[in-house]
Write a protein that binds this ligand. Structure first.
Ligand SMILES: Nc1ncnc2c(CN3C[C@H](CCSCCOCCO)[C@@H](O)C3)c[nH]c12
Length: 228
């Protein structure tokens, strides 16, 4: 089994590279891909750089060039649900693009013709995550994650996203990774730990909690590998 673990920022995969110390770097199409092995699983670990375009390119390479058969995204997110606090884990039930707008033609926000409005994650992978959470006594919220090419640091924008998509968390890559995996028929899940509340303090909070929240997500993903 060959599994991809993808982040957007180097901080999101650093804990993974430390854990899987014996890795081999392959540079390809503008990214560095780290190959490792863990309990009989071949791993390819990478970070895409920020945003939907970068994430789509790296996810495509992981699947089409490296032949990964499952993809797990690990990283941080902004909280939309008031239940979610810094460090809390959320796994996507489905993902949408909050910055897609062809409503002029009567389509809902986030909808592109011939595409899915909300892309569902792989239920089996989500089930594995729930099993890990239960066995470790860790709270794991499953909910809608909204993706867009904007760092949201504004309660009004955050509230619009919550209202429009019933979102629980937001970030900048998940839905684009979801489109790539769903289109190519590769099971995926998107796991995120909260780094901020996507409000006017978001920038400061993100700077303070990026590293610690990225570690929470990465450690949880490692726990999932033991159950795949
Ligand atoms: N509120 C929020 N809005 C949108 N996304 C997020 C995420 C999830 N990731 C973090 C990162 C933020 C990119 S900002 C650039 C920081 O550069 C710092 C050094 O220049 C991007 O990859 C998306 C956490 N909180 C968010």
């Amino acid at each position: 089994m060959k599994i991809a673990i993808l982040g957007a920022m180097v901080e999101e995969i650093t804990p993974l590279l430390s854990f899987f110390g014996n890795h081999h770097k392959v540079s390809y199409a503008g990214n560095d891909y780290y190959e490792a092995h863990y309990k009989g699983i071949d791993l390819v670990i990478a970070y895409s750089k920020i945003g939907k375009v970068n994430a789509a390119l790296t996810a495509s390479a992981l699947l089409m060039h490296f032949g990964c058969e499952k993809l797990i995204f690990s990283g941080v997110a902004g909280a939309v649900s008031p239940e979610l606090k810094i460090g809390d884990l959320v796994i996507a039930s489905s993902l949408c693009q909050h910055d897609v707008d062809i409503t002029a033609f009567g389509h809902p926000f986030g909808f592109i013709p011939e595409s899915k409005h909300f892309i569902p994650s792989d239920e089996r992978l989500n089930g594995v995550a729930k099993g890990v959470a239960q066995s470790k006594g860790i709270a794991l919220k499953e909910g809608i994650i909204a993706t867009g090419d904007q760092f949201i640091a504004d309660s009004l924008k955050k509230e619009w996203i919550r209202k429009t998509f019933n979102a629980d968390a937001l970030e900048m890559e998940g839905a684009s990774v979801a489109v790539v995996c769903d289109t190519l028929g590769v099971p995926f899940c998107v796991l995120r730990a909260i780094s901020d509340a996507a409000d006017m303090e978001a920038g400061f909070s993100f700077d303070e909690f990026l590293v610690s929240s990225a570690k929470v997500s990465a450690e949880f993903v490692i726990g999932m590998l033991d159950r795949l």
